[in-house]
Design a protein around this ligand. Structure first.
Ligand SMILES: Cc1cc2nc3c(=O)[nH]c(=O)nc-3n(C[C@H](O)[C@H](O)[C@H](O)COP(=O)(O)OP(=O)(O)OC[C@H]3O[C@@H](n4cnc5c(N)ncnc54)[C@H](O)[C@@H]3O)c2cc1C
Ligand SMILES: *[C@@H]1O[C@H](CO)[C@@H](O)[C@H](O)[C@H]1NC(C)=O
Length: 431
């Protein structure tokens, strides 16, 4: 027997759209709340930046978007498709294996049209409160309060799927001695759109993730000098062999009062702008769950397999929490698992078993010496995807699995500069 529930989905980005599609497939009644006037989440490029570039003012207008103008994906489009809905090369007519953000948005719009999701979305509607209430002897329900043009609405739902994204609330490098008195410009990649503000400047970019690398290279085309700095021991220190005006340094030791940066490798440079590419923190301002969920910068818990809160499973779930991985496929298998758990087609372990699983996961992290901020960093491996598809009886087809595995292999063996080339040589543009 299947159960049809009234489900609220928060957000109409990749995660919310995919969740809605899978929930509908299971005949649940879905409402998607979307604070923007359009779908696509961060793939809907937003040229606006925040008035307060380091977001110190809590009353500022928040801009959700973090994409920059020239952004192309750091994955081939083959690996950003869903199992039964794929990018169509001929329609978009772009021979670069990495699509631009416009194409990804078009793909998501086509996806929403194909599966009739657009009509489920309440646009320009922000969820301001999700509260769990005990309605009848241990049966929980959710109060969802939303606001459309200043008009508030309070409704009840059986289940809530949280898909609000996690690339908007910035994390900053604040532990650098001297940064508290820095008076020149600084900004975060959330507010980066194009390199113009850096023209002829001496820039220090903090971070070594994919955005830090991409943005540094773009800035290097116009800036006087670009100095990347990373605390990661794996970051190669020295002058760039690609750019005349670019250097890679270890972490910043301190900032002197005359704006000179001092790096651990002994290098120092008088700097004009600090650019933080230091990532984002998890943020769920609407959740009121009486302390049963804890949210730190980079850890929300306890979440069974990064999805379910054991105490309220399967009625409260989170999609897209794993970081730096095959996002679209992970979102697809998580969505399917949630939809089928809600219709009771698949059963979950008991609350205690799920909690134990989370505790064991934390314990393994401690034993491996993994810092807490890596809690949801699952990396480019496919065991998580395999396991999760397995829960709903799906199998990742061999061709896709081979591609994922080969992509990981290229990343490890060819590095950031060579992995896309290595991958293209085997799979080319068509697949
Ligand atoms: C610069 C950058 C580059 C990236 N490049 C890639 C890439 O190449 N490949 C890849 O696979 N992934 C990439 N990612 C990861 C990206 O986060 C995922 O691809 C994916 O877009 C995440 O989708 P989402 O639905 O979880 O979040 P989002 O796209 O952020 O969507 C969340 C939605 O929720 C809405 N929302 C938020 N709060 C509320 C609220 N309270 N009420 C109502 N609506 C709300 C927002 O308006 C938004 O539409 C990149 C991320 C960044 C920041
Ligand atoms: C989840 O929701 C269903 C339907 O409302 C309900 O029967 C069940 O008790 C809820 N589970 C929990 C753990 O609250």
């Amino acid at each position: 027997m299947t159960t049809s529930l009234k489900v609220a989905v928060i957000g109409a980005g990749v995660a919310g759209l995919t969740a809605a599609r899978e929930l509908q497939r299971e005949s649940h009644q879905v409402v998607i709340f979307e604070k923007s006037h359009r779908l696509g989440g961060i793939w809907a490029y937003d040229p606006r930046v925040e008035s307060d570039p380091l977001e110190t003012d809590p009353t500022r207008d928040v801009v959700h978007g973090s994409m920059y103008k020239s952004l192309r994906t750091n994955f081939p489009r083959h690996l950003m498709s869903f199992t039964d809905f794929k990018f169509k090369e001929k329609i978009y007519d772009d021979h670069n294996i990495n699509p631009g953000h416009e194409e990804v948005l078009k793909f998501l719009e086509d996806f929403a049209t194909q599966f009739e999701l657009t009509e489920l979305i309440r646009f320009s509607t922000v969820v301001t409160r999700v509260e769990v209430i005990d309605v009848d002897l241990g049966i929980n329900s959710f109060v969802v309060e939303s606001k459309t043009n200043e008009v508030s609405l309070v409704e009840m739902f059986d289940a809530v799927v949280v898909c609000n994204g996690h690339n908007t609330q910035l994390l900053l490098a604040t532990d650098i001695p001297g940064i508290e008195t820095w008076s020149k410009e600084q900004m975060h990649s959330h507010n980066y759109r194009d390199p113009e503000p850096f023209r002829d400047q001496i820039v220090v970019v903090i971070g070594s993730g994919p955005s830090a690398i991409d943005i540094s290279r773009e800035i290097a085309m116009v800036a006087k000098e670009v100095h990347m700095s990373s605390r990661s021991p794996r970051f190669k220190v020295g002058k760039s062999d690609k750019f005349e005006n670019m250097w890679q340094h270890s972490k910043i030791l301190k900032i002197e009062s005359d704006d000179t940066m001092l790096f651990q490798d002994g290098f120092s440079v008088k700097t004009d702008i600090i650019h933080h590419c230091t990532g984002y923190k998890l943020h769920f301002p609407f959740l009121e769950t009486n302390g049963i969920i804890s949210v730190q910068d980079k850890r929300i818990g306890p979440l069974y397999k990064h999805v379910f809160l054991p105490q309220l499973a399967p009625n409260l779930s989170f999609i897209g929490i794993p970081e730096l991985s095959f996002t679209f496929t992970i979102i697809e298998c998580q969505s399917r698992w949630i939809a089928q758990a809600l219709s009771k087609k698949v059963s979950l372990p008991s609350e205690d078993e799920m909690l134990l699983d989370v505790q064991q996961y934390y314990q393994e992290m401690i034993e491996k010496g993994a810092p807490e901020h890596r809690t949801h960093y699952i990396g480019f491996q496919i065991s998580y995807i395999d396991w999760m598809f397995g829960q709903t009886g799906m199998v990742l087809e061999k061709h896709s699995k081979d591609m994922f595995e080969y992509f990981s292999y290229c990343l490890i063996n060819a590095g950031v500069d060579g992995y896309m080339n290595a991958f293209s040589q085997k799979y080319g543009i068509q697949s």
